[in-house]
Design a protein around this ligand. Structure first.
Ligand SMILES: C[S@@+](CC[C@H](N)C(=O)[O-])C[C@H]1O[C@@H](n2cnc3c(N)ncnc32)[C@H](O)[C@@H]1O
Length: 268
């Protein structure tokens, strides 16, 4: 797919300056995200405050923490919900996890790019149903510190919980005004921490890695590298669960077998 930016030399230099300084300031390498999408998104922010150029916009970010928070927010699109694409979670519960739990427990699981926690709490609910009371290791990571603070609270809107099966709602969610909070005992089962998938080291020996709706913003090269690193972080026969629009085209080359659509299993 064509992903080239058409800019004047001056605009290109401005944008290069911006990307370099953002990398130094935050460790986020904007070159690893799809360039047209990213440029469009950021241009919206430059225009929003009439900064005039990316260089001037960067200087505003340096001096205005509120504007910097808005920038980070926009960069990291946090859309999520519990049981997002419920039929895929049914497949995980019925066709993937039972074999895994039979082979070994407790399981080591990673929700990578977990946003405000809907994904790891969905995992925690399903696992509690399948293996009541068992304490599996569920690590949940995101690049966005602010969203992780929200995730730890485990509070969700009625829209966030619309796909949660009624029996799970009764057991794992408590009303909080108009919203719902995940029960304390379930919250305890998830370990949240900040982590940049494009930069930081990965833990190893996972039975299951869930990374959904995160890589859509990455370049093809960044995506390929990331999937290969995920494969290396799985145990033999461990499973990588990806989003409903995501495919790993070179899966065999990185030692993954397509077990079911959107579920890839490490071969050895
Ligand atoms: C659309 S949300 C997906 C949430 C959840 N996985 C789901 O499918 O509902 C994408 C998340 O990826 C995170 N993200 C983006 N770039 C990242 C990176 N380099 N490392 C870790 N997380 C990243 C964002 O902060 C955001 O919370």
């Amino acid at each position: 797919m064509q992903d080239e930016l058409i800019l004047t030399t001056q605009q290109r230099e401005d944008y290069e300056y911006f990307k370099l300084h953002i990398l130094r300031k935050t460790g986020i390498d904007l070159n690893l995200y799809k360039s047209q999408q990213m440029h469009r998104r950021l241009m919206g922010l430059v225009d929003r405050i009439n900064a005039g150029s990316f260089v001037k916009y960067y200087h505003i970010l340096e001096t205005d923490p509120k504007e910097f928070a808005i920038f980070l927010d926009r960069l990291t699109i946090n859309v999520s919900e519990l049981f997002r694409n419920p039929e895929k979670w049914d497949e995980l519960r019925e066709r993937v996890l039972p074999d895994m739990l039979q082979a070994r427990k407790p399981l080591r699981i990673w929700s990578a790019g977990c946003s405000y926690g809907a994904e790891p709490y969905t995992l925690a609910m399903i696992l509690d149903q399948l293996s009541p009371g068992m304490k599996h290791y569920i690590q949940a990571t995101d690049i966005d510190q602010k969203i992780l603070a929200k995730a730890r609270e485990g509070i969700f809107t009625p829209t966030d919980i619309k796909n949660v099966p009624p029996s799970y709602r009764m057991k794992y969610l408590e009303a909080r005004g108009e919203n719902y909070q995940v029960t304390a005992s379930l919250r305890e089962r998830v370990t949240f921490r900040a982590h940049n998938l494009l930069r930081d080291p990965f833990e190893k020996d996972f039975d299951l890695i869930v990374c959904r709706n995160v890589v859509i913003y990455f370049t093809d090269e960044a995506k390929d590298k990331l999937f290969a690193r995920f494969a290396q972080s799985l145990k033999p026969r461990g499973v990588l669960f990806v989003g409903g629009t995501e495919r790993i085209f070179n899966s065999r080359q990185i030692e993954l077998d397509s077990k079911l659509p959107f579920f890839y299993q490490r071969i050895n």
